[in-house]
Design a protein around this ligand. Structure first.
Ligand code: ADP
Length: 526
């Protein structure tokens, strides 16, 4: 009777549309509801009599899964307490009977309810295995898509942030650019920017005002067209050197204003290098120096005029003195007068040289010095220089060393003589009394090189390039006590430049100096 009731009850359980598995107290499967069989894709025949964990082992592909362990603990709890036990959601895959070895994903919400017999012992246990796989998978899909959504949102946020950063930096750039332009317009110089190729990208307000053109027109017209023709070639060469060396190119140049008149400017073209030392642009600064040029011109004209006016009386004075000296030498007059006359002649010669220097300088500045070549023999020129030296200088011996071979050269004899006299004069000024001065020359293929050697104090390396600049004098005790205006070597370098030659000094402090210059043997062929 009892067993009939049990069989009847189990029959009912099999058909109730819920997922039930019925196991004995030894955990062997008695039966299962149709819903359970459906959810586990098994058959009642397959399950009946099997131990629950033989029928439902853990999925070996999921190493972390603990379904079997948890179900077993719940069943043990029920066996011990004889009370129902409810479990949390469990992942407990079921074997796929169609594909042996494979498992079907399953999530359950299990509970175990003991059914006791008349003696109060567990007759069987009903496992209510609520299959919530679909719900869990849907939820996890949702979670996944939510995650994706969140990631997408995060990405959008990041993109927005990047956009903001870009906008800010663009704004900063714009502000900097505006600031730069405003600053460049305040500077009282003409400022320009160009690409390394030379293509101008920016002219400040002063350039536009000076040229009377818009930026576009000025670009079209061309920066070089504003330059004086004489300066285009040296400017291009200077620029190429600056690009190579990275050192700014500085030059005095004329630029045409809006009325077509040229004005002098100090032009600095500076290459801008990046951290790797590669040129990224040119910055040009062009300052109007016409006012200084005009003042210089006035000063120059004055010097020219004064020295010209002084030259005539000085020449007569020198002639009278020479006559007086000659007369005094022949007579037996008193020695003091004789000496005074001789010394006066020396001083007059010095003054004449100085005045000649000023005149040459002013003519040079007014571009009035032109080279007038003539053919001459150098040894003859040396003889004249020696003669003149003896008549005017007694403080130092001059040694002239003529070349073994003699050639006729074609150059401006007077100017070459002036240069040599200047160098010999300096050797006298800047070396101790009695120290010999040596003047020599030698020929190379198409050139002749002159050397003037002294045993004075020498010139420091840092001054050697500068002494050829106008008005440059080295500041030391000797120059303080020696008369001079710093124009002699400038004059020499200009004369040599006009001969298409080179001038330089070889010297060490304390070891004397040798001034050298080289000119073509025949200037008319250059
Ligand atoms: P100045 O002699 O009138 O000062 P220069 O142009 O002839 O001008 O020379 C420029 C400077 O170069 C001189 O002031 C002097 O300091 C230096 N200098 C020129 N020649 C010599 C020399 N032979 N030895 C040493 N210093 C020299």
């Amino acid at each position: 009777m009892v067993s009939d009731i049990r069989t009847e009850s189990l029959k009912i359980l099999e058909t109730i549309p819920n997922s039930y598995l019925i196991v004995s107290a030894s955990l062997h499967i008695i039966t299962a509801s149709n819903k359970f069989l459906e959810a586990t894709a098994t058959t009642r025949e397959f399950l009946k009599g099997k131990h629950i964990f033989e029928a439902f082992p853990d999925n070996p592909d999921l190493p972390d899964v603990d379904g079997m362990k948890n179900i077993n603990s719940s069943l043990q709890e029920v066996l011990r307490t004889k009370e129902p036990h409810y479990m949390n959601i469990q992942r407990y895959d079921v074997p796929d009977l169609q594909y042996p070895g494979k498992f079907i994903t399953r999530y359950w919400e299990p509970s175990h309810t003991p059914v006791l017999n008349a003696a109060g012992e567990i007759d069987y246990i009903i496992q209510h295995a609520n299959n919530i796989t679909d719900k869990v998978l849907r939820l996890s899909e949702l979670a996944e898509s939510r995650k994706l959504e969140l990631n997408a949102l995060k990405k959008i946020e990041l993109l927005n942030l990047e956009l903001d950063v870009l906008r800010i930096s663009e704004l900063e750039h714009f502000k900097n650019e505006k600031h730069f332009r405003r600053l460049m317009d305040l500077v009282p110089a003409k400022i320009s920017n160009a690409l390394p190729s030379g293509e101008v990208t920016y002219f400040n307000k002063h350039w536009l005002e000076y040229s009377g053109m818009s930026f576009e027109n000025l670009i079209d017209y061309g920066y070089q067209k504003m330059m004086h023709q004489d300066e285009v070639e040296p400017f291009t060469t200077g620029l190429a050197e600056a690009a190579k060396s990275g050192i700014p190119f500085e030059s005095e140049m004329r630029f045409k204003d809006l009325s077509g008149k040229y004005r002098w400017h100090l032009n600095i073209a500076a290459p801008v290098l990046n951290d790797e030392g590669k040129m990224i642009m040119w910055v040009g600064s062009t300052t109007d120096i016409q006012k200084f040029k005009d003042e210089e011109q006035t000063k120059n004209d004055f010097i020219g005029m004064v020295s010209h006016e002084l030259k005539t009386p000085l020449t007569s004075l020198k002639a009278y003195l020479q006559l007086a000296v000659l007369k005094a030498r022949d007579t037996t007059g008193d020695q003091i007068t004789k000496n005074a006359l001789e010394k006066s002649l020396i001083q007059i010669s010095k003054t004449t040289n100085m005045v000649n220097g000023f005149m040459s300088m002013s003519r040079l500045e007014n571009s009035k010095i032109i080279i007038e070549p003539s053919a001459f023999v150098v040894s003859q020129l040396m003889g004249e220089i020696e003669e003149d030296f003896k008549n005017t200088t007694s403080s130092h011996p001059l040694i002239i060393k003529n070349s073994d071979v003699e050639k006729m050269i074609t150059a401006d004899k007077n100017r070459v003589e002036q240069v040599l006299k200047n160098l010999i004069g300096n050797a006298v000024k800047y070396s101790p009394r009695g120290a010999a001065i040596e003047c020599s020359y030698f020929y190379t293929e198409n050139e002749i090189t002159f050397l003037v050697k002294d045993s004075g104090d020498g010139i420091a390396i840092e001054d050697q390039g500068k002494i050829f600049e106008r008005y440059y004098r080295i500041e030391n005790n000797i120059s303080k006590t020696t008369a001079g205006f710093g124009i002699g070597l400038y004059f020499c370098s200009e004369v040599i430049k006009r001969h298409k030659g080179r001038i330089w000094v070889e010297s060490n402090l304390g070891n004397g100096s040798t001034f050298c210059f080289t000119i073509p043997i025949n200037i008319t062929l250059v």
